[in-house]
Design a protein around this ligand. Structure first.
Ligand code: MG
Length: 386
């Protein structure tokens, strides 16, 4: 029996993880469930899965949870401190699916358990990759990526010598605006941006997919997770989202991992690792799909990708700044405060204001200071733009 601690239980990743628990009740039990603010859904999940510990965003929501679950005998914890405390509880697999930089402290706490840390949150690797990976290796924690492209690469490299590695390639669907023109992009609304053609995802990552920032963040994620040099990382647009990742070797071999675009596949890989379990996913029917196509991404139309690539090459705290500025920009776009094209403008302007990249990126203080600096500059930018 594996104890699963599920952070971000009420989101899309949470839904998919719990479908796997439903398929394998003899294999998984739930230790922790967290939600940011969805009291109703957390209460329903708690009744069904009987976790030992719940975490919710604030005291008011916690009071509602307590009232609704009068006979709940476990702990009900609150906010960031509650997340960190819950992340320290012993379990076998932590599924970390909190969105954004907010997942960093709980991920760092979970990395000390010496178990499997299954990461759906890419922002914590982008913002604090060296710190998180060092913490995990010091405590014998295995970090497994739930992100489909990284999960693909992990599967391709698992147990294989990586010394002849030439390229690590992440595929990108290209998002909903793959064939758009710049003038089309000027008029993109939040509801258009969150309607992804292949993947069913939360709002933040859907907007990131539409700007291609998601793919840029994923390059940085891969850089830290697999400790591979920036020049060996690349992106291929692949609209069918069947090939998720490729690795090429010096002898000319190129390995690719394929699967339907369904998060249950990488989740099953992480939750049962190193075993394989049924994920409830229909078999991949390549004959029905017929053709798989590939193209170069358009970095002029989607400057967020180039910004992220430059941040990866610069290293230091630049990826942290990129992430902080992007989170603020996406929130402003979703709130209707800025247009779609201004997301890249804001991130570029914030990064251009930064001069000193000599901070120690393995220190939590430096990471938080950089994140705070970027968000502050983003807020000033937004006030000026209003
Ligand atoms: Mg991905």
């Amino acid at each position: 029996m594996r104890r699963i601690s599920l952070f971000g239980a009420t989101g899309t990743i949470g839904d998919n993880a719990l479908q796997l628990v439903d398929l394998h009740p003899e294999r998984f039990t739930i230790e922790v469930m967290s939600a940011h603010q969805n009291v109703e859904k957390l209460v329903a999940l708690a009744r069904r899965y009987q976790p030992k510990c719940l975490v919710i965003g604030d005291a008011e929501a916690a009071a509602q949870v307590k009232q609704s679950l009068a006979d709940f005998s476990g702990d009900i914890l609150i906010g960031e401190a509650g997340l960190v405390e819950a992340a320290q509880r012993p379990c076998d697999v932590t599924v970390m699916a909190i969105v954004g930089f907010a997942g960093l402290k709980p991920a760092l706490a979970a990395a000390q358990l010496g178990h499997i840390l299954a990461l759906a949150n890419k922002e914590c690797l982008v913002a604090a990759g060296p710190l998180l990976m060092r913490q995990a290796s010091q405590h014998n924690t295995t970090v497994l990526p739930i992100d489909s492209e990284h999960n693909a690469i992990f599967q391709l490299l698992d147990g294989r010598r990586a010394d002849g590695l030439e390229k690590m390639i992440l595929t990108a669907s290209g998002g909903p605006f793959r064939e758009a023109s710049r003038s089309d992009l000027e008029n993109v609304t939040p509801s258009m941006a969150v309607a992804h053609p292949n993947w069913d995802m939360g709002a933040k990552i859907s907007v990131d997919s539409a700007t291609l920032m998601n793919k840029g963040l994923e390059l940085i994620e891969a850089h830290y997770l697999f400790q591979v040099a920036p020049e060996k990382l690349d992106v291929l647009v692949h609209p069918q989202s069947v090939v998720h990742g490729l690795v090429s070797f010096s002898d000319g071999s190129v390995l690719a991992q394929k699967g339907s675009p369904d998060m249950r596949t990488p989740l099953a890989h992480c939750m049962a690792y190193p075993e394989r379990i049924n994920a409830g996913v229909a078999p991949l029917d390549l004959a029905a799909i017929g053709s798989l196509t590939f193209a170069e991404p358009d970095r002029d139309l989607f400057p967020c990708l180039a910004l992220a690539e430059a941040a990866m090459r610069a290293g230091g705290v630049i990826p942290t700044l990129l992430n902080g500025a992007n989170e603020e920009a996406v929130a402003a776009f979703l709130a209707g405060r800025i247009g779609f094209l201004q997301i890249a403008d804001l991130v570029a302007d914030v990064l251009a204001q930064f001069a000193d990249n000599s901070q120690d990126v393995a220190s939590l203080e430096a990471i938080f200071a950089a994140d705070h600096w970027a968000r502050e500059k983003a807020r000033i930018w937004l006030e000026k733009a209003a």
